[in-house]
Design a protein around this ligand. Structure first.
Ligand SMILES: NC(=O)c1ccc[n+]([C@@H]2O[C@H](COP(=O)([O-])OP(=O)(O)OC[C@H]3O[C@@H](n4cnc5c(N)ncnc54)[C@H](OP(=O)(O)O)[C@@H]3O)[C@@H](O)[C@H]2O)c1
Length: 242
């Protein structure tokens, strides 16, 4: 079987790094997108044997030129892309909620969590079309769910202090559904997942789940067979409300 080629954004730490490690361990050739090549190489050096199948590629999601250069690199070196994991994300909030959050905060969140994802995904689509079974994974969040935010009985009802982040992930989910509809009838599947509340820099040390478990949903969506869904929003196989 031909070796799969994957690109993971924000692959130098947290959930992204664990995704890189696990895909490479499964025999996938992985491009680790990292805005600092130095930090990416340092992370790669920690991967042991799996590092053989990992290549660090400069990828700053805040720079359209960097995004295009990374896609050009994949095109020139591999000619196709089988798996795109849109993992890089920011949670810019430091304040206490929607009354303090100005539009600049929303711009910051949307820049990386949505606009860059659109730029990268559109640029990568011609390469995904060359794959027998292209898979796009949107690393979203349960905090994207407007349905749960509106429900006083939901587990995230009280989590209203990251409004720009939450809205950016809601928009990412919307993009996922539109993209999946546009790609229906092709071999490409695109799905949004919630990784869980994971112990990383973003999740914080109080998060209940280790990063090893935080990649289960990503790996599931990256490895879907032809019968798998497209346009879904799930956590560990369970559908989440939009
Ligand atoms: N942790 C959780 O509990 C949790 C829950 C739900 C969803 N998520 C989502 O899971 C994804 C990964 O989160 P994480 O917890 O692993 O976060 P993290 O530890 O903070 O890592 C974020 C990653 O994104 C990269 N990144 C940020 N801005 C970037 C940019 N402009 N260009 C390129 N890379 C950029 C970071 O690179 P640098 O090292 O260069 O900063 C880093 O590799 C995010 O999309 C997040 O929203 C996380």
């Amino acid at each position: 079987m031909m070796m799969k080629i994957a690109l993971v954004t924000g692959g130098n730490r947290g959930i992204g790094l664990e995704t890189v490690r696990r895909l490479a361990a499964e025999g996938v050739q992985v491009l680790m997108g990292s805005r600092s090549v130095e930090r990416g190489e340092a992370a790669r050096a920690e991967l042991g044997e799996a590092a053989e199948r990992v290549e660090v590629v400069a990828l700053d999601m805040a720079s359209p030129a960097s995004i295009q250069a990374a896609v050009n690199h994949v095109r020139d070196r591999y000619g196709r892309l089988d798996i795109l994991v849109n993992n890089a994300g920011v949670m810019p909030e430091t304040g206490s909620g929607v009354l303090d959050a100005g539009a600049d905060l929303y711009r910051e969140a949307f820049e990386v969590n949505l606009f860059a994802v659109i730029d990268l995904t559109q640029a990568a689509l011609p390469l995904l079309e060359k794959s027998e079974a292209g898979r796009i994974v949107m690393v979203s969040s349960i905090l994207a769910s407007t349905g749960l935010h509106a429900d006083p009985g939901s587990p995230i009802y009280g989590w209203k202090h990251t409004p720009a982040y939450n809205a950016s992930k809601t928009a990412l989910n919307s993009y996922t559904v539109h993209l999946a509809a546009a790609l229906a009838g092709t071999s490409i599947k695109v799905n949004a997942i919630h990784p869980g509340w994971i112990k990383t820099e973003m999740g914080g040390p109080q998060a209940p789940t280790e990063v090893a478990e935080g990649v289960d949903s990503t790996l599931w969506a990256a490895g879907l067979g032809p019968e798998g869904p497209s346009g879904s929003f799930t956590h560990k196989g369970e559908t989440l409300p939009w």
